[in-house]
Design a protein around this ligand. Structure first.
Ligand code: SF4
Length: 328
């Protein structure tokens, strides 16, 4: 039973890729929640399970991945138990949409933007007879993402800049007025100025339309721009979560601290010396025992190798899984 009034509530979720050589434990007992009108960031190195978690929410985990255990509540409905038909008709795109990583490069190169948008509208709205309605809706969507319909709708993707294509992709994610948009690395491959513009657009849309956003990224400066709360993921587990201020100013987990210290920043006009985090993320078929971060952790104690650290509440809304914070 969902214990709170959140838009999305993930409880004890395990998603494994089951293979003959062993199971890749991509998401392992993860808890995460997103409130209404909230921007939550999921941060971690590539391969830590972030995208698998996103695919689980939409129930589009690539084979041989599957949900092994746990629940995902959306508006108090357990969507792990919904028949596929209901998932397709009621949840996917209609309530939860996704901006896929690299999606701007998968726009159809031989179709005008107008036709791609209208085709999607007609398909999803089941409105084969309402071509004019679909066209008006395409105009509206393109305006909503800050583009000029007369310039963009008659263009082919190659006639648009990277930033414009990403705006079109964002427009597509808003097609059915979803309540939650999952944005997987939405600013990758864009220059710094365009990145900032896209983040500002996402934030504006979130405020105007009142949607929630799950932002998936390895890029902490992106998080600082837009998120209300941050969940830090390492090797298939959430190891810390807190509001944006606490994560940046008072990180409690050595991994979060390492991530933040590896972001270049100016201190008194000089570029701060970066701490480089040693080691590689672990193999998720045979993850390290105890705390999965122990092979890379400068503060490792004996217990860290033996037992998994329990969650410790530092203050309301700030939780960390690390033996350094467990009173023993
Ligand atoms: Fe480091 Fe131990 Fe904390 Fe893991 S539990 S982060 S190994 S101190």
């Amino acid at each position: 039973m969902n214990k709170n009034n959140k838009l999305l509530n993930i409880e004890d979720l395990r998603v494994y890729y089951v293979m003959s050589s062993g199971s890749v434990k991509a998401v392992d007992r993860v808890n995460l929640d997103i409130g209404k009108n909230e921007v939550v960031a999921l941060v971690g190195e590539s391969g830590c399970g972030k995208s698998t978690l996103a695919y689980s929410i939409l129930r589009i985990i690539p084979y041989p991945g599957r949900i092994i255990d746990g629940k995902i509540y959306f508006n108090n409905i357990d969507i792990t138990a919904l028949p596929e038909e209901e998932m397709r008709k009621k949840i996917r795109w209609r309530n939860i949409s996704m901006i896929f990583q690299g999606a701007m490069n998968s726009l159809n190169p031989v179709m005008k933007i107008k036709d791609q948008l209208m085709e999607a509208i007609i398909y999803h709205e089941d409105a084969i007879d309402d071509v004019e309605g679909a066209y008006l809706r395409a105009i509206d969507l393109i305006k909503r993402v800050g583009l000029d319909p007369s310039r963009v709708l008659e263009s082919y993707p190659h006639e648009l800049s990277g930033g414009m294509k990403q705006r079109v992709v964002i427009a597509m994610s808003l097609l059915l007025n979803p309540k939650l948009v999952i944005a997987d690395e939405p600013t990758t491959a864009l220059d710094v100025t365009t990145q900032a513009n896209i983040l500002e657009l996402l934030r504006d849309i979130q405020k105007e339309v009142g949607i929630s956003i799950l932002l998936i990224t390895h890029d902490l400066p992106v998080v600082a721009e837009i998120a209300d709360r941050v969940f830090v993921m390492y090797a298939g587990k959430i190891i810390e979560h807190a509001d944006i201020y606490s994560i940046f100013k008072e990180p409690q987990h050595p991994y979060t601290d390492g991530l933040i210290s590896s972001v270049p920043s100016l201190v008194e006009g000089k570029l701060k010396k970066l701490k480089i985090m040693k080691g590689e993320p672990p193999d998720l078929i045979n993850p390290p025992s105890g705390c999965r971060f122990h092979p890379r952790c400068p503060y490792k104690m004996d217990i860290c190798e033996k037992e998994e650290p329990p969650p410790v509440t530092i203050k309301e809304g700030h939780v960390v899984n690390c033996w350094l914070h467990v009173k023993r």
